[in-house]
Write a protein that binds this ligand. Structure first.
Ligand SMILES: C[S@@+](CC[C@H](N)C(=O)[O-])C[C@H]1O[C@@H](n2cnc3c(N)ncnc32)[C@H](O)[C@@H]1O
Length: 314
């Protein structure tokens, strides 16, 4: 390896580590908010909450994990432990881990309050998966995690999951929907145009990108809304997106076959239209969430893609 490559590698590694620290700090700050959002100490309480918009996504996870048998499950990026608690309450042999200390502290609290073993929540990064034997897990779940990995971490994550899952096991995982950006009519729509249209081979050579972006921005009347938030990882380019139309191909390239694909976190209209019409927006929001999570409109109206995958036979 040349000396220059070595220096570059070192630089890339230290940038990655700095970004990782930045993300962990952010999650540490969010932990209290998450815990309050999910609050519920009794099974009945939590079940009621699953009818609430944005909690419906957990119902999808629980439906994917039938209760016919007791399974060995690991929830990756478990946050404050909502799914973990539910899985343990249902009698599964489950563990959850998360690299944010504060998230795990909240998760342990939640476990204790639910009369469950706090040791089931562990503060660790993705290398925690290396502790499990090959072909030993029935399910690996990851709700809202992959969006916070970088492409290299994502690749490593899939490799680890492939190793620990039994051939009959399932990988239940969500992604942030890239096509939602077309529906949001804001700066993310401009970015979508830059990323996916201006780099499209047949168009690229005929269009002046600077001029095209400037004119495209004029079509989007509120590109800066919602205002850039200091705590937003999205605005810091620390979030990765996935396309629901190609997600099967993407996962197949890592050895997973998608058996079910659904949508969650729907927005009935571009979110900026909510201003001034909150009530009907919220009602439509709740109705949508409970309607049909396979509906094709989810390809652009839902913020999250849910997939239930099985390892492909080698
Ligand atoms: C959006 S939160 C979701 C939490 C929980 N799964 C839920 O749906 O409520 C994402 C979580 O993933 C964790 N996370 C992100 N990258 C991680 C990594 N590389 N290793 C471990 N945890 C990670 C964060 O700390 C955060 O708590």
């Amino acid at each position: 390896m040349s000396a220059l490559t070595k220096v570059n590698r070192k630089k890339v590694k230290s940038v990655c580590q700095a970004k990782k620290r930045q993300k962990i700090k952010m999650f540490d700050n969010w932990a209290k908010w998450y815990a309050d959002f999910y609050k519920g100490e009794q099974l009945e309480d939590i079940q009621r909450k699953e009818d609430r918009q944005s909690m419906h996504r957990f119902r999808m996870f629980l439906e994917a994990i039938s209760n016919h048998r007791k399974y060995r499950i690991v929830d990756v990026g478990c946050g404050t432990g909502y799914l973990l608690v539910r899985l343990l309450q249902l009698g599964h042999d489950a563990y959850g881990f998360d690299y944010s200390d504060n998230m795990i502290r909240q998760a342990k609290d939640f476990l204790k309050k639910s009369d469950l073993n706090a040791e089931r929540a562990v503060c660790a990064d993705l290398s925690f998966l290396d502790r499990f034997r090959s072909n030993s897990l029935d399910f690996v779940t990851a709700a809202g995690l992959v969006r916070y990995l970088n492409r290299e971490e994502e690749r490593k994550f899939y490799r680890k999951v492939r190793r620990v899952l039994k051939p009959s096991g399932r990988f239940v995982v969500t992604f942030t929907n890239e096509l939602f950006d077309v529906w949001s009519f804001n700066r993310y729509t401009v970015d979508f145009f830059k990323r996916n249209v201006l780099t499209f081979k047949p168009i690229e050579q005929y269009v002046d990108p600077e001029k095209a972006v400037s004119r495209f921005r004029q079509l989007i009347t509120h590109p800066e809304e919602p205002v850039v938030r200091a705590h937003s990882l999205r605005d810091k380019n620390l979030v990765i997106l996935h396309n629901p139309l190609t997600i099967e191909k993407h996962l197949l390239s890592y050895g997973f076959e998608v058996k079910d694909k659904r949508f969650s976190l729907w927005e009935p209209m571009p979110p900026l239209l909510k201003d001034g019409d909150e009530k009907s927006y919220d009602l439509a929001h709740a109705a949508l969430e409970m309607y049909d999570d396979h509906d094709w409109r989810g390809n652009f109206m839902a913020y999250e893609i849910f997939t239930n995958c099985k390892p492909r036979r080698q």
